[in-house]
Design a protein around this ligand. Structure first.
Ligand SMILES: Nc1nc2c(c(=O)[nH]1)N[C@H]1C(S)=C(S)[C@@H](COP(=O)(O)O)O[C@H]1N2
Ligand SMILES: [Mo]
Length: 255
């Protein structure tokens, strides 16, 4: 895991020096705190099946509002500059639509207003980045389970892919992530549009980002424009199911 952290730091430094794609080169905080080492060490060697059997349907800890961090640190893309994102941002995200499609009976699109009218869940949770820092924030959003129920899964549905607006690599690609249906239906998996009682800001993923509370930070896709149900993620980008997974990070990424 130390190798992975070092290679991530090198990659992000290279990206920050090169593309300048709205990236925070915030990996100096590489930490050797015992807690972080134990989190990483405890998870990686376990197979997904073993970890899920032990802890899979457990809820992540939720905290009192008094524990909320004064600033929710931002990481990775913090100011996307892709044309489609800039256009929506300029219009205050009024034209934003969240698509739910793929292996569904009814492909759907939601404006922010429509998302706000659906059932909501609020949770105060801790975000843990592999770089070794954590922050606590209050999130509000629509349970992914509800969106999937509205769309109706078709036979063959196995994974949920999140397509994002930002080009973190600076090569014309887009950040993406994926989870399986167990994690998609976890009650704390929400499409979040509010942070700390305010509309989600650009640095933290406006207008909609995922919260998948039993996962490490990189699974929590920001700037999401489509939620795509698929039978396999092997054909997407590097084939490993996510931006960081394509760069050797663990796909399950449970905490
Ligand atoms: N679209 C997108 N999602 C992303 C990232 C990113 O660069 N782009 N970075 C990931 C990482 S590594 C972390 S720790 C969190 C950071 O979320 P925050 O900026 O709200 O702290 O977002 C994750 N989701
Ligand atoms: Mo992260």
């Amino acid at each position: 895991m130390a190798d992975l952290l070092a290679s991530r730091r090198r990659l992000l430094q290279g990206l920050a020096a090169g593309a300048g794609a709205g990236l925070l080169s915030g990996c100096d905080a590489l930490s050797r705190e015992p807690r972080v080492v134990s989190v990483l060490g405890a998870v990686e060697p376990l197979s997904m099946r073993v970890q899920r059997a032990l802890t899979g349907d457990r809820l992540a800890a939720e905290f009192a509002e008094s524990m909320i961090s004064p600033v929710f640190r931002a990481n990775g893309s913090i100011d996307p500059r892709t044309p489609e994102y800039l256009a929506l941002k300029a219009g205050g995200f009024a034209a934003y639509r969240l698509r739910v499609d793929g292996l569904v009976r009814r492909p759907l699109e939601f404006s922010l207003e429509a998302l706000r009218a659906l059932p909501q869940r609020t949770q105060v949770t801790r975000h843990d980045c592999v770089e070794g820092w954590s922050v606590i924030g209050k999130w509000q959003g629509v349970p992914l389970a509800h969106l999937l129920d509205l769309a109706g899964l078709r036979p063959g549905a196995r994974y949920v892919v999140f397509d994002c607006f930002d080009d973190l690599a600076g090569d014309g690609s887009r950040y993406y992530e994926s989870i399986d249906l167990d994690d998609a239906y976890h009650p704390q998996t929400i499409a979040a549009h509010r942070l700390n009682d305010a509309p989600l800001g650009v640095a933290n993923g406006a207008p909609v980002r995922m919260r998948i509370e039993r996962k490490l930070g990189y699974k929590h896709a920001k700037y999401v424009h489509a939620i795509r149900i698929v039978d396999s993620y092997a054909g997407l980008y590097g084939g490993k199911g996510g931006f960081w997974e394509d760069r050797k990070y663990d796909w399950y990424a449970g905490i």
